[in-house]
Design a protein around this ligand. Structure first.
Ligand code: ZN
Length: 499
């Protein structure tokens, strides 16, 4: 090869090399792709949502997740987002994403977030004052945020933040809903800079609070139901359910007063009532709490058995088991100082529907003490009884049945004496206690006994059997006063249901 041809070879070699280099650069410009923008990872509804800008020329995206400290191929997707549903509350989720075109792959972009599970709203309660939300506490949560949006014709309105609460609380009372409006509630948990998706696990509710309270009592003409007026009510509906039935029946759906006399109430049953307000436009309010009572037939004979000076477990329990057997409800006038020792007796009596009245705290003859002491004796006895009975004391019996005008003026309860004294305290004899009841009982009688003596406890079964066989309803003092149409006025002394 001469010098000239050597020169050509060099030129050709250089040219080929340059062409190859340019070709490589050009080809890499065509196929080497880069993921543009930022990779986002955030908690969404039951998943972590990854998103990024679409990359020009990308055919698919490759997603890796950091599992146990090493990158693991996790998913390949065609679109520029991914939902990872395999996540746990408080899990730190780290991902990297690369775009892929032919055999080329871009560099990775990395993102991380702490997945926070939105708390589930477990209960929504209507309260007089608003709507109460209760949600499941989330482990590790630092704060909860409650949001609400109002439903309009165009769907859900703007969500408003109602409250920010410490993680110790898992309830919130929204006091600002308006009657008949429909709301969507969300609860979000916050942990450091992370938060759960606020609009996940939402709950929708229309605000119709319940009728606040309803009471039912016996009367000479049937069950008398009274309730609190409901703002905006057009009328009321009254519902009834007899124990053992599965369905509520409508007693009346057009009551314009806030009371109703149900003359169709079946007698000598345990009956529940509830009341709802009928709203303009055909809606209905929430139901009142159901109120249970024992219906007494006012046209049938009745008697109130009363037991003083207890409780005393060995005797009181015998009386209670006889009550159960004969579907009877008696009245106890307990001495307050004994109640903490025999609290179970008071609780059991109340559960059976028996009445627990009081007989002062220390069995004090009230005519011998000042009005202040009278009040204290009654109040402290009532307090301790209410602790176990879980209901208010309604009737009082003064020790010895001794009452004067000062007592009547001071004690703001009906005072219950008796018209039949079995003298059980004196005879301490079962047969004599039974025969005194048999000889003296009449319709409306209030019979005096004491649940302190074994003989009185032993007589209970025979007495109740006899009375039941003779057609008496064995009722509490308050039930009898109601069924006989006697008011329960404070300071009035009653000897029987025939006052
Ligand atoms: Zn007594």
């Amino acid at each position: 090869m001469n010098r000239k041809s050597k020169k050509y070879v060099v030129i050709i070699t250089v040219a080929v090399t340059l062409i190859a280099m340019v070709a490589t650069i050009v080809s890499s410009m065509n196929t080497g792709i880069r993921l543009s923008g930022k990779l986002n990872a955030q908690s969404a509804d039951s998943c972590v949502e990854l998103s990024w800008k679409p990359t020009k020329g990308a055919q698919k995206y490759k997603i890796d997740k950091l599992l146990n400290g090493s990158w693991t191929e996790y998913a390949t997707v065609n679109e520029n987002s991914f939902k990872d549903e395999n996540v746990k509350n408080a899990e730190i989720c780290t991902y990297r994403v690369a775009a892929v075109a032919n055999s080329f792959q871009s560099d990775y972009k990395t993102a991380e977030c702490k997945y926070l599970e939105p708390p589930e709203i477990e209960d929504i309660l209507y309260k007089q004052s608003g709507i109460k939300l209760l949600w499941k506490k989330q482990k590790g949560s630092e704060k909860y945020i409650v949001y609400r949006s109002e439903q309009t014709e165009n769907g859900d309105g703007q969500a408003q933040k109602l409250a920010e609460l410490s993680s110790k609380k898992n309830y919130y009372l929204d006091k600002t809903p308006e009657l008949g409006k429909t709301y969507t509630y969300y609860v979000s948990q916050i942990c450091g800079a992370d938060s759960s998706a606020p609009n996940a696990k939402k709950q929708v509710i229309t605000f119709v609070p319940p009728v606040s309270s309803a009471l039912v009592k016996n009367s000479p003409n049937g069950a008398k139901i009274t309730w609190a007026a409901y703002k905006g009510a057009e009328s009321y509906s009254v519902f009834r359910k007899v124990d053992g039935e599965s369905e509520w029946s409508v007693v009346s759906s057009d009551v314009t007063d806030t009371q109703y006399l149900d003359s169709g109430c079946p007698y000598q049953k345990t009956v529940s009532y509830k009341v709802a307000a009928n709203l303009p436009g055909g809606g209905i309010s929430g139901y009142s709490h159901k109120t249970k009572f024992h219906s007494v037939d006012p046209n049938k004979k009745m008697v109130a058995l009363t037991y003083d000076d207890g409780p005393y477990r060995p005797v009181t329990k015998k009386i209670l088991s006889a009550c159960k057997k004969y579907n009877a409800r008696v009245t106890f006038f307990v001495v307050g100082s004994r109640v903490d020792t025999y609290g179970d007796c008071v609780a059991d009596a109340a559960k059976l529907g028996c009445e627990v009245g009081t007989h002062t705290y220390n069995h004090t003859i009230l005519t011998g003490v000042s009005p202040d002491v009278m009040k204290r004796e009654v109040q402290s006895a009532n307090d301790v009884v209410e602790k176990y009975a879980k209901e208010k004391v309604k009737v009082i019996r003064c020790p010895g049945g001794v009452v004067n005008d000062t007592v009547k003026a001071t004690i703001k309860f009906p005072l219950i004496n008796w018209n039949v004294d079995t003298l059980d305290w004196k005879t301490r004899n079962k047969a004599s206690t039974i025969s005194n009841v048999k000889n003296c009982v009449s319709d409306g009688a209030i019979i005096l006994m004491h649940d302190l003596y074994e003989s009185t406890g032993d007589a209970a079964d025979s007495i109740m059997k006899y009375l039941t066989d003779k057609g008496y309803q064995i009722v509490t003092v308050s039930e009898m006063l109601d069924a006989k149409g006697l008011d329960h006025s404070a300071g009035t002394l009653y000897y029987s249901g025939r006052n």
